[in-house]
Design a protein around this ligand. Structure first.
Ligand SMILES: Cc1ncc(CN)c(N)n1
Length: 224
């Protein structure tokens, strides 16, 4: 089956409006046009650190679910993702120091808490590997597509935010997302209709969670 006909590509077309809302969110657009209020970026940074710590647990939960017949390349992809998240957490800590954010004093907001609890549910044994790996792809891919907008040649992204945008839009992360999409399609193709429908529901929920996360990071007038 060609790429356009894959299950995940069909979903991206079927849920295009939601997908655009998740990957072209005003928070991202204000980074790309240079108008972002740095207080909004600092709010996002603190909350995303909390999220990434929960995301590590979710990613690790895929390892025991990985089918015995999984290829070496597949195991390498997931292990590579875990190593990358270790580096990501180190990056958050150093970036927080640059912005004088004390991460241990950052209170976790309701939206972040809800997303972390959603990840915790997905980590449970009753979610098939096909659903978990599809969720992993969706969560990573939204960040790639969002931050890739901020590193395009015509973007006016502030210099102070370029490193953050590069993290989730560089070639290595893009290739990682391509590999995850391939794994998602592989296991969705091999699943029954019930699992595919559940996976699509989770995909839609992830897009909605990502939109809420960007909404939370978008400063209103009393941005603190
Ligand atoms: C909310 C969110 N979604 C996705 C990613 C990319 N791992 C992230 N860091 N934060």
């Amino acid at each position: 089956m060609d790429e356009r006909g894959s299950i995940t590509s069909q979903w991206l077309r079927r849920h295009n409006a939601l997908y655009q809302a998740a990957t072209r969110h005003p928070f991202i657009l204000t980074i790309a046009d240079g108008s972002i209020n740095f207080q909004c970026f600092k709010r996002w940074l603190g909350q995303d650190y909390h999220f990434v710590k929960a995301f590590v647990r979710f990613l690790a939960s895929l390892l025991p679910k990985m089918p015995k017949e999984a290829t070496d390349e597949e195991m390498d992809t997931l292990l590579g993702g875990i190593v990358a998240l270790r580096d990501e957490i180190y990056w958050f800590r150093s970036e927080a120091m640059r912005w004088t954010i004390q991460l241990d004093l950052v209170s976790i907001k309701v939206t972040t808490q809800e997303y972390c609890e959603f990840l915790e549910q997905l980590s449970q044994g009753n979610f098939e590997y096909a659903i978990a790996v599809t969720a992993l792809w969706a969560i990573e891919f939204v960040y790639y597509e969002s931050f890739a907008l901020c590193t395009q040649s015509n973007a006016k992204t502030p210099t102070e935010l370029r490193e953050a945008c590069e993290r989730w839009s560089n070639m290595e992360f893009k290739n990682y997302c391509v590999l995850l999409k391939g794994l998602a399609d592989k296991y969705l193709e091999g699943s029954n209709l019930h699992v595919r429908q559940k996976a699509e529901e989770i995909f839609v929920q992830i897009l909605k969670q990502e939109i809420k996360f960007w909404d939370m990071s978008t400063c209103d007038e009393n941005c603190i």
